[in-house]
Write a protein that binds this ligand. Sequence first.
Ligand code: GKR
Ligand code: MG
Length: 449
Amino acid sequence: MRRQGSPIITDMKVIPVAGYDSALLTLSGCHGPFFTRNIVILEDETGNKGIGEIHGGEDITRMLESYRPFVVGQEIANYRGCLTAIRSGGLSVKGDSGEGLQGLNLANLKFVVQAEAAVECAMMDLLGKFVNQPIAALLGDGGQQRTEVPFLGYLFYIADSEKMNMPYLRETQWKDEWDRVRRMETLTPEGIVSQAKAAHRRYGFTNFKLKGGVLSGDEEMEAIQALHEAFPEARINLDPNGAWSLEEAIRLCKGKHDILAYIEDPCGPEAGFSSREIMAEFKDATGLPVATNMIATNWRQFHHAAALRAVDIVLADPHFWTLNGSIRMAYLLKDWGLTWGSHSNNHFDITLAAFAQVAAAAPGNISPIDTHYIWQDGQELCDNPMQIRDGVIKLPDLPGLGVEINMDKVMKANELYHRLPYHDRDDTISMQYLIKDWQYHSKKPCLVR
Ligand code: GKR
Ligand code: MG
């Protein structure tokens, strides 16, 4: 029996794509000249398209491909049923030790990413168009909570790409100072402040996060001090991805409430204790609020982190938790007096829109959310990308995700993907041009060898 219902999905495309990146430094090494993502494009019987974006890599492409039989032929309103079918019948990659991102081992990203979030996003985009509501209105108990979503300015130390025989973008024309500084070597507090000022001028950010795990903790704290002096009103956060020992983290952060609004994953597992136990001790010793995208990346880890009071701000990336899962977390955090935020990795404008929709549905006082988009700005896959102005995205008055795919741009990004010799993120390759035989070490900042 075919009763009157919501439209049926007639087609599902999975398109791997690549874009350009800067030589950004982190504990895991140096970002290569390219980053990869997977795009899901669904079409329903009315001709509407629904889109989603998720992390790159061939394992994730294969997982998404395996979801097709659970999606095509389904009603868009049955998206929860599709996700349930995907979770029980879709491909999952083997070899998950359960360690997650506690040691920032990038090889574990594919186990932490919930690839079905791309399908969820695309189906909710279609559903939103059908019922004429933005995705934010369809999420959680209360639907849309705000019309403007605050983002932070995500700052990075940058390596000199001229030192590497790698095809990094080397532009000679810049729209503004941001376009210039985002490709320039940046290793000093003054350089980080110039980066922040350029990002502030372009995007209006009033809050900043510095990616640490690059120089010694003392040098990174000097950059935080300099940032605070340049932006005294800003909420500033430093994220060394667990590189510091507990002792060092306490030494660096104790009494620093005046310059650091919070700290993200300052330490990790040590001396037989888990990162959740160590972070709880850090919090007790410093009283500084702690954010994480490393020690609570699923509900079981979150249970232990919460029981130990190891974290204040959970960066519940919708690609790690799904869109609905991230909002479930947002409600729980609000009820428990904790704070919701979102982590990010390099991404295109589809993710920017998805994060804006999810953050618009998160109740309470949220932390300004992370985005790498400013490093990719100019490489859009949509016709009407959302814009960060005055540090916020104002949600457009449009149903669904609020952005429309441009297939020419997608196919160009797909051609670039197919020209790449490798498709999985590996921050060692560029790093070895900077330091011969460099290898990742979870307790050593990448330039400290
Ligand atoms: O882009 O290299 C990066 C970041 O370091 C990313 O991989 C982290 O997962 O942004 C992330 C974080 O907040 O830890
Ligand atoms: Mg982090």
